[in-house]
Write a protein that binds this ligand. Structure first.
Ligand SMILES: CC/C=C\C/C=C\C/C=C\C=C\CC(=O)SCCNC(=O)CCNC(=O)[C@H](O)C(C)(C)COP(=O)(O)OP(=O)(O)OC[C@H]1O[C@@H](n2cnc3c(N)ncnc32)[C@H](O)[C@@H]1OP(=O)(O)O
Length: 304
C-alpha cells in the first residue's frame, strides 16, 4: 500500500500536522525524574487520537479522543491511518488495543457531514480515506483488539469488526452494528464482507437488511463481539487477551491472519477506483442527500 504520498497531500490540504513534522513525537512521553530508570513507554498524540506504546510488552494503547462522538471525519481517518502506519513500522510494536476516551461512545461511524452537500472531489477524497483506514487495519500484521467501551454504529462497528478480537462493555445501552440501511444508504461490499467473515452469512444478511444496532448482550449472542465484561475491567481484559495472542510466534499468526483475510482485502485493492466512483455516484444522488439530511435532523430532534 503506497499511501504515503496520498496521505501527505491530504494532510497538507486538511491542515492536520503530520506526525513527522511535529516536535519529535516519541519525546512527548512524560519525562522521568533523574536517577530513575526510563519507563519503556513511548507516546504520541495528535488532535483526535492518542497512542501509547509499552515497549516492554510490545503493546500500544490507541484511544480515540474526538468529541462529541468520535465521528470518522476526513481528519480523523487521516490521523488514524498515520497512527496505524507508525505502529506497523515500529519493530517494538506487536499489538494494538483500540478504545475511546469519550464516555459511552466508541465511535459514531463515518462523519455524516462529510457526506452531505460537498463536491465530487471531496467525496472521492473522503472515500479513499475510509478505504485506506480499513486496508491498514484489516490488513495489519499486528494483533488488534477492540475494547468497545460505548456505542459503535456503522463505521465504528467496522473498526471493531476489522480487529482480531472484540471485547465490549456489558452495558445493554451500548449497541453495535452496521445500521446503514436505517440512514437510507448501503453498506459497501467490503463492510459486508468484513461483517460476514465475523458473524456468517445469514446473521449478516438479516442484520444488514434491517440496519440493526444490537445491544451488547445480543451482539455477544450473534458472535459480533467475542466477550462482554464490566466496563471497569475492559482494558485489563483486553491486555490479558492481547498477551494470549502475543504468546504465539508472530510469523505463524501473521501468515494465518493474512490467509484468512487476503481474498477480501484483494477484492477492494483490485476495485478501489471503481468503488470510489460508485460511492460518489451514490452519495451525490439528491434522494440520498435528502435521506442523510433527514437522518441528521432526526438525531438533533432526539436531543430536544
Ligand atoms: C451501491 C453502494 C455503493 C457504494 C457505497 C455507498 C454508500 C455507503 C456510504 C456510507 C457508509 C456509511 C457508514 C457510516 O458510518 S454512516 C454513519 C452512521 N452513524 C450513525 O448512524 C450514528 C448516529 N449517531 C447516533 O446514533 C448517536 O449520535 C450516538 C449513539 C453515536 C451518540 O448519541 P448521544 O445521544 O450521546 O449524542 P448525540 O446528541 O446524538 O450526538 C452528538 C452530536 O454529534 C452529532 N453526530 C452524531 N453522530 C454523528 C455522525 N456519525 N456524523 C456526524 N455527526 C454526528 C449529532 O448530530 C450531535 O450534533 P449536535 O450536537 O446536535 O450538533
Amino acid at each position: 500500500m503506497a499511501a504515503a504520498p496520498i496521505l501527505a497531500r491530504r494532510i497538507a490540504r486538511s491542515g492536520v500536522l503530520p506526525l513527522c513534522c511535529r516536535p519529535p513525537s516519541w519525546d512527548r512521553a512524560p519525562r522521568q525524574p533523574p536517577g530513575l530508570p526510563l519507563a519503556p513507554c513511548r507516546a504520541f498524540s495528535n488532535n483526535k487520537i492518542q497512542v501509547e506504546l509499552d515497549e516492554s510488552s510490545g503493546v500500544a494503547m490507541m484511544k480515540f479522543k474526538s468529541p462529541p462522538v468520535n465521528s470518522l471525519s476526513l481528519d480523523f481517518l487521516t490521523e488514524f491511518s498515520i497512527s496505524l502506519e507508525k505502529l506497523e513500522n515500529d519493530r517494538a510494536c506487536r499489538g494494538v488495543i483500540i478504545t475511546s476516551t469519550i464516555p459511552k461512545i466508541f465511535s459514531s461511524g463515518l462523519d455524516i457531514m462529510e457526506m452531505c452537500g460537498k463536491n465530487v472531489e471531496h467525496y472521492g477524497e473522503f472515500w479513499r480515506a475510509v478505504q485506506e483506514m480499513w486496508l491498514r487495519l484489516y490488513g495489519s500484521n499486528m494483533v488488534t483488539v477492540a475494547a468497545v467501551n460505548g456505542s459503535s454504529p456503522a463505521g465504528g462497528c467496522l473498526i471493531a469488526l476489522s480487529c482480531d478480537y472484540r471485547i465490549m462493555a456489558e452495558n445493554p445501552k451500548f449497541s453495535i452494528g452496521l445500521n446503514e440501511a436505517q440512514l437510507g444508504i448501503v453498506a459497501p461490499f467490503w463492510f459486508k464482507d468484513t461483517f460476514v467473515n465475523v458473524v456468517g452469512h445469514r446473521i449478516a444478511e438479516r442484520s444488514l437488511q434491517l440496519g440493526s444496532l444490537h445491544p451488547a448482550p445480543e451482539a455477544l449472542k450473534l458472535g459480533l463481539v467475542d466477550e462482554l465484561v464490566p466496563e471497569e475491567k475492559l482494558l485489563e481484559k483486553a491486555s490479558a487477551v492481547m498477551a494470549r495472542w502475543l504468546a504465539l510466534p508472530d510469523h505463524a499468526r501473521q501468515l494465518t491472519k493474512s490467509m484468512m483475510r487476503k481474498a477480501v482485502l484483494d477484492h477492494l485493492v483490485a476495485h478501489r477506483e471503481e468503488d470510489i466512483k460508485n460511492f460518489i455516484n451514490f452519495i451525490s444522488k439528491e434522494s440520498i442527500q435528502k435521506s442523510l439530511r433527514m437522518y441528521m435532523e432526526m438525531l438533533k430532534k432526539k436531543k430536544s
